[in-house]
Design a binder for this molecule. Structure first.
Ligand code: 6GU
Length: 253
């Protein structure tokens, strides 16, 4: 998959060279092309910002260099849709990541300052996405979040062991807890079932933990998801032991 990013800070994207995204960029699975509006300026100061009509604090990205950079990217990859990263966009989630991973490429437009001219959005942007309800200083980190989430879903990027199918959210639940050596750490033991070698018991325990955690921490995710008979039964067991445990801790208190 091809990622084209329009950014005033191309050097930030060296972060993509590490880990899973780095491996995908080295292999044939992902490609990254960076387009800097500053390279499309024509004045001696290479100006990339401009004053907002109507006044007020802050600056807006200067139209002409941004438009030129965007047009150059679109020419290089005509089938890719242009995605503007903005807190005003739709909320990005795992479903959006899966959908984007099926595309040949995307052009990610990372705004800076107070944003970009609305007429550029109207003429040249196909989609607007946000990564959450907080304000970042620019779209670059959001672009990298999307690149990471999408890249790990591309065929051949994750090995068998770390398959994305097992991830949190792929099944609509939070992940179960993980443990590694030693089997006792500061008086805390690894749950016995994980040492038992009973794969079916381990599967059921992990599913129960995933359901229980989701019930406690993200009940909204459970409301969006149908439970199988087995899942419903495991969650009921979890809730019973959870309520038993919190009742006895209240007695102690
Ligand atoms: Cl996409 N951009 C900016 N500047 N801030 C954000 C965001 C995007 N998503 C969440 N906060």
């Amino acid at each position: 998959m091809r990622f084209d990013v329009i950014t005033l800070f191309p050097e930030m994207f060296c972060a993509m060279e590490s880990g899973v995204t780095g491996k995908a960029l080295q292999g044939a699975q992902a490609e990254l092309h960076l387009w800097n509006p500053r390279d499309y300026t024509e004045d001696v100061h290479r100006t990339v910002d401009d004053r907002p009509y109507g006044g007020g604090p802050g600056m807006v990205m200067k139209v002409e260099p941004l438009k030129q950079a965007l047009e150059a990217a679109r020419e290089a990859t005509p089938k890719s849709r242009v995605i503007h990263l903005t807190p005003q966009g739709q909320r990005f989630d795992q479903r959006a990541a899966r959908e984007m991973a099926a595309r040949e490429g995307i052009i990610l437009l990372a705004g800076r300052y107070e944003g970009i001219d609305e007429r550029l959005v109207e003429c040249c942007v196909d989609e607007e996405w946000s990564i959450g309800d907080y304000v970042l200083s620019g779209g670059e980190l959001a672009a990298m979040v999307i690149m990471d989430a999408v890249t790990r879903l591309l065929p051949g990027v994750l090995g068998h062991e770390e398959s994305a199918l097992q991830d949190s959210y792929m099944n609509g639940l939070l992940d179960f807890p993980q443990y590694t050596r030693p089997d006792e750490l500061q008086g805390r033991e690894v749950p016995q079932v994980l040492l038992s070698g009973d794969h079916e018991a381990i599967r059921r325990w992990r599913l129960k933990q995933a359901l229980g955690r989701t019930w406690i921490r993200r009940p909204d995710l459970l409301e969006q998801r149908q439970l199988s008979d087995e899942e419903r039964q495991l969650l009921e067991e979890f809730i019973r032991t959870h309520q038993g445990a919190s009742a006895s801790s209240q007695e102690e208190a």
